[in-house]
Write a protein that binds this ligand. Structure first.
Ligand SMILES: NC(=O)c1ccc[n+]([C@@H]2O[C@H](COP(=O)([O-])OP(=O)(O)OC[C@H]3O[C@@H](n4cnc5c(N)ncnc54)[C@H](O)[C@@H]3O)[C@@H](O)[C@H]2O)c1
Length: 280
């Protein structure tokens, strides 16, 4: 199986490339950093350029599209929005025109919980799931929300299999020993969520390889089964979201985000918890 991984020099992309290769996939890594290796395993390309997208996705069985400006306030607002939208649209269009059947790409929890928010974030119920209304509050969050709408179009009108992974806070190996953390003193950040980077990479690979119907667009949160803060989840809800309905028996440090969709659609079950620090 040939998989193209974009954003291959980034934090998550580099781990995804390694994991996919360990599973036996032939992987072409793509990023706009440096230059290619001349071996067909890494090529440098600016994916805001449609022609480059055609070139790199050609012949792939699946694309895992992680290339993006990964947050607000790293570049001017319009640049973040335009860059991300251009990459997302171009990759889908190239895949659709060249018969690449599947695209998995990185959306974000920030469609629901933009950091920092401009207005207070409200939740109707917990655990939060993919059917909850979104509230993108930044150029970055908007680029992910718009990306999900673009994905709908390409699944519906071109028959692509698309998986939009709403990554939560992806914790690198370097940061992992510092978890669990105290709840941030700024009360605008009280929705705790995370996923270990190795779980995140496995989720990408499963989404790229599990059986899914043509023309389907699956949106799924990728989150650990617990929170990464030292405040019990029910206390956290009572303090910050007292009006939210509880739709499950949330106990201890249970996650406030549901992982059901990812588990049911492509078999992703997180293995890492910052409390056990071990593979489940
Ligand atoms: N890290 C997180 O916690 C998190 C959470 C939610 C979503 N995401 C999303 O996951 C993806 C990967 O995030 P990351 O943390 O690894 O970020 P990162 O910045 O480490 O990696 C992104 C990569 O994309 C590349 N890139 C940017 N513009 C490009 C272009 N025009 N053409 C080709 N390559 C380009 C960059 O060079 C970089 O290597 C992003 O889409 C990000 O929005 C990340």
């Amino acid at each position: 199986m040939k998989i193209v991984v974009t954003g291959a020099k980034g934090n998550i992309g580099a781990v995804v490339v390694e994991y996919a290769r360990s599973q036996g996939a032939q992987v072409l890594g793509v990023d706009n950093v440096g230059r290619g290796d001349g071996l067909g395993t890494y090529i440098a390309a600016d994916l805001t350029d449609l022609g480059s997208c055609y070139d790199v996705v050609h012949g792939a069985d699946a694309v895992i599209n992680l290339a993006a400006i990964p947050d607000s306030k790293l570049f001017p607002n319009a640049q973040t929005f335009m860059t991300n939208i251009a990459i997302t649209y171009n990759v889908f269009l190239a895949a659709a025109h060249l018969g690449v059947p599947r695209v998995v790409w990185a959306s974000s929890i920030q469609v629901n919980h933009t950091v920092p928010p401009h207005r207070p974030v409200r939740y109707r119920y917990f655990p939060l799931d993919e059917d909850h209304p979104v509230d993108p509050q930044s150029d970055y969050a908007l680029s992910k929300h718009a990306g999900e709408m673009i994905a709908d179009h390409f699944a519906r009108d071109f028959g692509l299999i698309i998986v939009s992974l709403r990554f939560t806070d992806v914790v690198t190996v370097q940061r992992w020993p510092r978890l669990p953390e105290p709840i941030p003193p700024d009360e605008r950040y009280p929705l705790p969520h995370y996923v270990h980077i190795h779980d995140c990479a496995r989720a990408c690979y499963l989404a790229a390889t599990a059986p899914l119907p043509a023309g389907s667009h699956t949106v799924a949160f990728i989150a650990a089964r617990d929170t990464h803060v030292d405040l019990p989840s029910r206390e956290l809800i009572a303090r910050y979201y007292p009006d939210a309905e509880l739709r499950a028996d949330i106990q201890g440090y249970d996650a406030l985000i549901s992982g059901k969709r990812a588990e049911e659609a492509f078999g992703f079950i997180p293995k890492f918890s910052c409390r056990s620090d071990a593979l489940a």
